[in-house]
Design a protein around this ligand. Sequence first.
Ligand SMILES: Cc1cc2nc3c(=O)[nH]c(=O)nc-3n(C[C@H](O)[C@H](O)[C@H](O)COP(=O)(O)O)c2cc1C
Length: 172
Amino acid sequence: MLDAIHKRASVRAYTDEPVSEEQLDAVLGAALCAPTANNVRPWHIVVVTDAGKRAKLAQVHQWASFCAQSPMVLVFCADAKRQPHWWIEDACASLENALIEAAGLGLGTCWVGIRGGEAGESPGPEREELVRELLGIPGEIRVLGLVSLGHPRGEPTPKPAGPMDAIHRESW
Ligand SMILES: Cc1cc2nc3c(=O)[nH]c(=O)nc-3n(C[C@H](O)[C@H](O)[C@H](O)COP(=O)(O)O)c2cc1C
């Protein structure tokens, strides 16, 4: 897994090879054992393989087009009624676990941001609403983001870690 953290890179081109149920189970299992504030575990994940739905997810904004091509899209959500303060952190931790597990399995992923802000803010709530309507997600459930999942077309190229001046020792 330590190796997987370093070799993970966003993948935006996929082969047609499907993700097996075993691989999916492993990715979901990793997502569901993330740290979670007060152990509330507010996570919900919608697994989408249907080509028509993926095509619509791919249109949610201009940086999501590859969701039409990856054989699977995981939609990371959280119950904000059960966890109003920490749902974003909880959902992010879960999503990141999924990315790392997938990298460890040799699968490719890309995080696609969805979560909207308040009306008038950018991004506003509109794109979250689009996903919610398409997949029948209830109103109290927030949509954090999508993860495209599949076999990478070509070798993923991890970016170097950094910037190293982000690290501050003892004080800023
Ligand atoms: C909150 C968040 C939202 C992101 N949204 C998108 C997106 O909508 N489309 C996309 O292609 N990549 C998206 N990314 C992936 C980033 O572009 C990518 O992680 C970054 O460029 C670093 O590259 P790497 O993942 O290969 O290390 C997102 C990443 C994060 C953390």
